[in-house]
Design a protein around this ligand. Structure first.
Ligand code: NAD
Ligand code: G3P
Length: 342
């Protein structure tokens, strides 16, 4: 049994706290709102984020980050990407010994185009950092919290830490694989949210399954194109953190990104959509980051470009999808095998 801190008491942080608690660990779940922490400790629920779920009694809510990370050697970060720099800066004041930092968030930072593991390595001094481990894969909190079968991947440059974190999380409902391709695992998890916004848009416009399959498949091609250019193993995109997460996020009603895209497709404005959601819709910021990054490194990402135009230049969603269909002729295999794998 280990004492573990989970930072971020939203839907995914709470679901991962449940997995760790089911495995017998003492879980300090840190959240900023006192009323929410009181609810976690008194009623063993987190109704706003996981309605109808009773939390195990070995999850302890804490509203002090200092107390949450006291005496732990593993910290799991699960805040939205936009809060990551602030959390890391708060955290580094409090560390007194080396820790392993696991992150389970999915995004890329606009302007810097950094992955989350890069932000962690930048912000936390190396004397306090044992290893950084990424946890990613097709996994909606709503199902994980109900102990429904789920598979994920953990990834680290530190093979020993990667296996220790696999052992910490794995159980009969939550199967954990390893994959040492940190770049591919992080980029697959972040970039699929852009395509899920597109799948939601298409559904909101009343398009069918054919359009969805096209977005998933051609979305994977452009994710893999950018990912490979950034140094990922192309085969990672055929795995859980690539096509696996793309499928679940583009097809599940649980997906925040799909739901946001769906509302946009039905004519709602972005600000109203984000207000209605009240939860992290990571694909919006990641679209901006990926659009900028793709331009910088000279990678073609036609779906991402159209989603960017809809989100940030108020382009009509129907025009955006029509323009994807009207692009110049291209070869599917040449695009995939010659440009991607060579
Ligand atoms: N929800 C899922 O099923 C799921 C699954 C896999 C990965 N993720 C990823 O996990 C991350 C979190 O998503 P979520 O769905 O849990 O979001 P959420 O909106 O449900 O919860 C986010 C939580 O982070 C808290 N938070 C925000 N800023 C904070 C800060 N500075 N310090 C501490 N807490 C802060 C919020 O108060 C909220 O409780 C995202 O990157 C998302 O892509 C989510
Ligand atoms: O609900 P979403 O769209 O944020 O997706 C959550 C997870 O990343 C799915 O694996």
């Amino acid at each position: 049994m280990e004492k573990i801190a989970v930072i971020g008491a939203g839907s995914w942080g709470t679901a991962l706290a449940i997995v760790l608690a089911d495995n017998g660990h003492h879980v300090n779940l840190y959240g900023r709102r006192n009323d929410q922490i009181q609810e976690i400790n008194d009623k063993h629920t987190n109704e706003k984020y996981l309605p109808g779920i009773t939390l195990p009694h070995n999850i302890f809510g804490l509203s002090s980050l200092r107390h949450a990370v006291e005496d732990v050697s593993t910290i799991v970060l699960v805040t939205p990407t936009k809060a990551m720099r602030q959390v890391l800066s708060d955290l580094k004041q409090l560390l007194t010994k080396k820790v392993t930092i696991v992150h389970a968030s999915k995004g890329i930072e606009p302007e810097t185009h950094k992955r989350i593991s890069e932000m962690i390595e930048e912000e936390i001094p190396s004397e306090y950092l044992n290893a950084v481990v990424v946890l990613s894969g097709p996994s909606h909190a709503e199902e994980v919290s109900r102990r429904m079968p789920t598979t994920v991947t953990v990834s680290s440059n530190n093979a020993n830490a990667q296996e220790l974190i696999q052992d910490l999380f794995i159980n009969s409902n939550f199967r954990v694989y390893t994959n040492a391709d940190v770049i591919g695992v992080e980029l697959g998890g972040a970039l699929k949210n852009i395509i899920a916004l597109g799948a939601g848009l298409a559904d909101g416009l009343g398009h069918g399954d054919n359009a969805k399959a096209a977005l998933i498949t051609r979305g994977l091609a452009e994710i893999a194109r950018l990912g490979t250019k950034m140094g990922a193993n192309p085969l990672t995109f055929a795995g859980l953190t690539g096509i696996g997460d793309l499928i679940v996020t583009c097809t599940s009603v649980h997906s925040r990104n799909w739901r946001a895209g769906n509302m946009l497709g039905k004519g709602k404005k972005l600000n109203d959509v984000l207000e209605d959601m009240g939860m992290a819709v990571e694909g919006v910021r990641t679209t901006k980051a990926a659009y900028q990054l793709a331009k910088n490194v000279g990678v073609e990402m036609p779906i991402t470009e159209q989603i960017y135009e809809v989100l940030f230049n108020d382009k009509d969603p129907k025009t955006a999808l029509d323009e994807l269909m009207a692009r110049g002729k291209t070869k599917e295999l040449e695009d995939f095998s010659e440009k991607l794998f060579l």
